[in-house]
Ligand binder design. Structure first.
Ligand code: ADP
Ligand code: MG
Length: 697
């Protein structure tokens, strides 16, 4: 259904000229998704995060120290390394000397590139060493012809290990050449007033900046694209919302009989925020309007109980409820939490995942279809075609941003006018939450359940890893259990996995069989087994990739070690840390970093140390990033934006919201000329699933 005009952009990046299989794989790693390789479009939207200005061409003596200059020098002498040491090339101009330094130099290459007595242009970082000017590995060594061809301002792309800047630049240029001529989808007058260029022109300028300020995120080129992205987001949200509201809700009447039983079985009292959220949800469920509510609450704030109370309401009103979680581990855990409470309240429930035995699955399907089951907890196995409900009245979706629009809606479509409760632990600053989530109603759990201990958080240089291990050994002797998280390494083949495996091996040297391992590429059953071993104490250290990020609950775990903490987004670190401090034991979190850290990186880790308020962390993170730290969208914790940044583009977000409202007000099906052009935009930013709703009618 996608307009064929866009086909070149959806072709795989590996098919671009000059991108071989090796580069293709690296691009997939950098820009692809789990289920699809990198596309030409992904390359285009991977805009440079900074640039190198090569227009600065001073005399040697005037070259600023610590900055990139492009210098015209004469080659005076080659000094090959004596023992170890680098290869040195002495050069000069009429004002001074510059030593070029090459480690592990290839003699043939270097003598050819810098022939004795000749003049060459060298471009790179000028530094001072023992009062001598030097340039270590010039970025460019050029003759006059080469200089003439040098782009004056060179874009700098986010890379992955093994992918070199020039290869990336070439791939990006290839992608740009594939960009088709597209009709304008923004309002002409609006564009003129803002002084913005077309989508294609803006992209081209970002990939071929003429001055550093061309790349400023607030600048007109990035802003144009950010607005496009935000508008696509808002249109998609509104299309979903419109679809939801076509069908009116079925009011669910409940006095709270079942909820009371659940509350009676709980070993604790609800917090004020939990009570408030539960009341808001009950009011929605009893009302005429169909519910579309987001329950936002930090890790550990107690969303699950609130969800269970909502489900109890639906069941009391004679309907069924389903809870869908993004991973197998989470689904099982929710089931384990909910089952005893639900049974105490007389509810009949089942678990459904992709790994059920055929006979189990059959029984669950029958129970759901006949209505002998009240509740089901599961993974996206719940939205498979053969799953039918007798009377599904409420769909609860945990960690909603981990599902695509389509999956989110699919569960709701298993019944008539199903109410939807989405849950997220991603704290979006209050100021932006409504705009960000469109018109979803919002309940927030800001208050933590009582009795939570403060988690002692420390940042430790990885050079001191031996001390950390010694400390763990002491703590484990007195019964502690430890998570050890290895990051997604941007590196060679499957290296995130390899890093975790290597670390587990290392730790086994100290702790033997007490070390477990869990990672995303393990089979479901093996994952579960690793979690069960850790939960039961059969293993005491669980080395993990970020699969444990959401939701896992092992109250006995009191120590969280995060390797390469500087590579994680703050929100993610916060979520990881939330895995400890769940029981009565004193808990700690050790953020191992590879130094030296820049100012912003230091400040970010400091925030984590200082507070456990996820909302505050999110706000501070935005503020800091606003001061220039560039983070990839994948790290930012704000799901789904490639270009737009909530910290800098809040105004654009509001404008996009108004524009989407206006547009869908006059053209709800996007069938007018401009509407059809806007459809292109939804494809470009991967929000075209929303268009399927229009067809579904
Ligand atoms: P999240 O919001 O991260 O999903 P959970 O629902 O998993 O949080 O709750 C985290 C832990 O806090 C669970 O062990 C749960 O039983 C407990 N809990 C929830 N509400 C309260 C409360 N009001 N008082 C004490 N403990 C609570
Ligand atoms: Mg949860």
């Amino acid at each position: 259904m996608r307009p064929s005009l866009l086909d070149p952009l959806f072709a795989s990046a590996s098919a671009l000229p000059g991108v071989g299989p090796k580069t293709g794989k690296l691009l997939d790693r950098l820009l692809g998704e789990a289920d699809r390789p990198a596309r030409t479009l992904d390359l285009l939207l991977h805009i440079p995060f900074s640039c190198i200005d090569r227009r600065n061409r001073p005399k040697v003596a005037e070259a600023p120290i610590g900055a990139v200059s492009t210098l015209k020098v004469q080659v005076v002498e080659h000094r090959p390394p004596r023992a170890k040491g680098p290869w040195r090339v002495l050069t000069e101009d009429e004002t001074g000397d510059l030593t070029l330094i090459f480690f592990r130099a290839n003699a043939g290459w270097i003598e050819k590139a810098l022939p004795l007595g000749e003049t060459r242009w060298v471009s790179g970082l000028v530094e001072l060493y023992d009062a001598f000017r030097q340039m270590v590995h010039p970025d460019r060594i050029l003759d006059e012809a080469g200089l003439a061809a040098l782009p004056p301002v060179e874009p700098v792309y986010g890379l992955t290990e093994g992918l070199f800047p020039r290869v990336m630049a070439k791939a990006a240029a290839g992608a740009l050449a594939r960009l088709p001529q597209m009709p304008e989808w923004q309002d002409d007058r609006f564009l003129r007033a803002a002084g913005w260029l077309s989508f294609g022109e803006s992209l081209a300028r970002l990939h071929r900046p003429q001055a550093p300020q061309d790349l400023a995120p607030e600048g007109k080129f990035a802003a144009r694209l950010a607005f496009d992205e935000l508008l696509s987001h808002q249109l998609a949200l509104r299309l979903v919302r419109a679809k939801m509201q076509v069908a009116r809700g079925r009011p669910k009447n409940a006095e709270g009989r079942i909820a009371a039983k659940i509350l009676g079985a709980l070993p604790f009292a609800l917090t004020g925020d939990q009570q408030k959220a539960a009341a808001e949800i009950s009011a929605d469920l009893s009302g005429e309007k169909r519910m579309l509510r987001l329950l936002q609450g930090d890790v550990g704030s107690g969303k699950t109980v609130v969800a269970l109370l909502a489900m109890a309401h639906a069941v009391e009103a004679g309907q069924q409820a389903a809870l869908m979680a993004p991973t197998e581990i989470l689904a099982r855990q929710h089931f384990a939490t909910i089952a005893p409470l639900a049974r105490a309240a007389g509810l009949r429930l089942a678990l459904m995942t992709g790994r059920d035995k055929a006979s189990e699955r059959r029984a669950t399907l029958d129970g759901l279809a006949s209505g002998t089951l009240d509740l089901v907890v599961g993974t996206h196995a719940l939205v498979q075609e053969d799953v039918a409900f007798h009377r599904l009245g409420l769909a609860v979706i945990d960690e909603q941003h981990r599902f695509g629009v389509h999956q989110r809606l699919a569960l709701g479509e298993k019944g008539e006018a199903v109410d939807v409760l989405a849950m997220t632990a991603t704290p979006i600053p209050r100021t932006l939450a409504l705009a960000y989530f469109g018109d979803m109603d919002l309940s927030s759990l800001r208050e933590k359940p009582p009795g939570r201990q403060k988690i002692d958080t420390r940042a430790v240089n990885v050079e001191r890893i031996d001390e950390v291990v010694a400390g763990l050994s002491r703590a484990m002797n007195s019964g502690a259990r430890v998570y050890w998280v290895c990051p997604l390494v941007e590196g060679s083949e499957d290296s995130d996995l390899a890093a975790a495996q290597d670390r587990a091996e290392d730790l086994r040297k100290f702790f033997g069989a007490e070390v477990g391992l869990v990672h995303g590429q393990m089979k479901g059953r093996d994952k579960d087994a690793a979690m069960v071993d850790f939960a039961s104490g059969a293993t005491k250290i669980l080395v993990a990739t970020t699969v444990i990020e959401v939701g896992v609950n092992v109250p006995e775990a009191t120590i969280m070690v995060i390797e390469h903490a500087e590579r994680f987004g703050l929100a993610q670190l916060h979520q990881l840390r939330g895995r400890v401090g769940r029981g009565t034991g004193k808990s700690s979190c050790i953020l191992l970093y590879a130094g030296p850290l820049g100012e912003t990186a230091k400040a970010r880790l400091e925030i984590l140390r200082a507070t456990e308020d996820g909302f505050r962390i999110a706000e501070e993170d935005l503020r800091l990033r606003g001061e220039g730290e560039v983070l990839g969208a994948k790290q930012s914790g704000a799901p789904g934006f490639k270009i737009a940044r909530l910290d800098l583009h809040a105004d654009l977000l509001r404008a996009a919201r108004d524009e989407a409202e206006k547009m869908l007000g006059v053209d709800p099906e996007l069938t007018s000329e401009r509407g059809r052009h806007l459809r292109l935009l939804l494809y470009l930013f991967d929000r075209d699933q929303a268009l399927k709703l229009l067809r579904a009618g």
